[in-house]
Design a protein around this ligand. Structure first.
Ligand code: LLP
Length: 429
């Protein structure tokens, strides 16, 4: 059974009715399924078990402490991109020996913090950065383990704003520059280059970009080894897709059957950094309808109490999220895409929008949904990854609360912000 499913005309998360949660918490509210998170994590683990891959959950996709703790307890490591994410991973019980640190702009302070905590590895993105890590490690009297994040100039065929492995992207080190690092590796007295890292973008709906990148990396790996650099780890990053539409998409084993031969040939321990795959379809955002509005051109708007500040993906990437009433006798279509959304009998064709003062504050355009009234609840699906973590308090809207469901129980894992929270830290001068 899907973690989110309809039964008796109402939506459940595991065995809890969404409407029961909302009657306590109000809206907007993020609701996550603990067992969906665990299932997804273990699906990946199983697909890559032949090489006993180290899974480092990508904290940026969902950084709630309790979500991270579920994964830490299950044996996950963490992929962090800031001192703040490292702090969260450690607070959640993440083992430092399973934490990898990526990002093009690690500050000296962040590097020092990571060294103090003896993290597993830095994914290094430039010559300047490796020099700073070396200097920081010298000061700390430590040796830092690093993986070179290679930018292989591969098109991951995903949204332009979430593509990271092309030559025009700021991420990673191209192969020519990487070779120069290898040549002078001995000069980095307090750095051990022991890994190769690659992350191409997100979400990636085919194994091909990984294969194309790994072909290039195999050759580079050989050069490293010929130069006496002992590369022991291959970090293949994240990017594993989920279905936003209900359509079938490729699964972990479809990635692993294509990726594993390379890992075996390279004789490396595999690290991976999934985020969206684990949390994306493990969470929804629930919102209430504030008003129905129709203009004289026949355009209908459903105005709800969640907005782009709560879930930015539609405004930022034109991302498609399925939206359906929480309480309804009309079955949600199994598959829904922007093209399948046509007004059918008994359905309304509406724009579902939030109250924020931006024209891009639109969750769905011309979407067919059963007619809704003021106060009705709408579920926005696939919101567990890059939902709350990308939220803000723009328009001075307090950020939503977060709820975790475990079978027939639920718990508030982040309180709703208050107006007082909005001004905390500000001075009235
Ligand atoms: N590793 C690195 C180095 C990354 O930059 C990312 C994501 C991941 C792993 C995890 O990727 P995932 O498995 O979640 O696809 N805000 C965008 C996604 C940005 C992803 C940034 N990096 C969105 O909402 O689609």
């Amino acid at each position: 059974m899907d973690a989110f499913h309809y039964d008796g005309n109402t939506l459940y998360c595991e065995r809890v009715k969404i409407k029961d949660i909302v009657s306590e918490t109000g809206t907007p509210v993020y609701i996550y399924s603990k067992n969906a998170i665990l299932t997804r994590f273990n699906e990946l683990k199983t697909a890559f078990q032949e090489v006993d891959a180290t899974i480092c959950f990508s904290v940026k996709s969902n950084s709630n402490l309790s979500v991270c703790k579920i994964l830490a307890d299950e044996g996950s490591g963490f992929d962090v991109v800031s001192g703040g994410e490292l702090f969260r991973a450690l607070k959640a019980g993440g083992k430092p020996s399973k934490i990898v640190f990526a990002g093009v702009g690690k500050t000296d302070k962040e590097i020092q913090y990571a060294l103090e905590n003896d993290i597993f590895m830095f994914n290094v993105e430039s010559i300047a950065e490796i020099e700073h890590i070396n200097a920081a490690a010298c000061r700390a009297g430590k040796t830092a383990k690093v993986a070179l994040r290679i930018n292989p100039d591969i098109d991951a065929k995903t949204h332009a704003k979430t593509t990271t492995g092309k030559k025009e992207n700021k991420f990673g080190i191209d192969l020519i520059v990487a070779e120069t690092i290898i040549e002078k590796a001995k000069a980095y007295t307090n750095v051990t280059i022991c890994g190769i890292h690659v992350h191409l973008g997100s979400p990636i709906y085919s194994a091909d970009p990984y294969v194309n990148a790994l072909k290039k990396i195999t050759m580079f790996m050989e050069k490293c080894r010929n130069a006496g650099i002992n590369i022991q780890y291959l970090n293949i990053g994240g990017g594993y897709c989920i279905s936003y539409t209900g359509e079938k998409v490729i699964e972990p084993k479809d990635y692993s059957t294509q990726i594993l031969p390379f890992a075996k040939e390279m004789k490396c321990r595999v690290i991976m950094e999934p985020g969206r795959f684990i949390t994306g379809n493990s969470g929804i955002l629930v919102t209430s309808v504030i008003y129905n509005k129709q203009n004289s051109h026949g355009k209908k708007f459903v105005i709800c109490d969640a907005a782009m500040n709560d879930l930015l993906r539609p405004a930022l990437y034109d991302a498609f999220h399925r939206i359906w009433p929480v309480n309804t006798s009309v079955a949600m279509p199994d598959v829904e895409t922007p093209d399948t959304s046509v007004a059918k009998q008994g359905m309304d064709l509406v724009d579902i929008v939030g109250p924020v003062c931006e024209s891009s504050d639109v969750f769905a355009k011309d979407r067919a949904i059963p007619p809704v009234n003021e106060g009705d609840l709408l579920a926005i699906f696939s919101a567990g990854a890059y939902g709350f973590t990308m939220s803000s308090s723009y328009n001075s809207r307090p950020r939503s609360c977060e709820i975790l469901v475990d079978r027939d129980k639920y718990i508030v894992i982040r309180k709703r912000e208050t107006y007082e929270d909005l001004i905390a830290g500000e001075e009235l001068v």
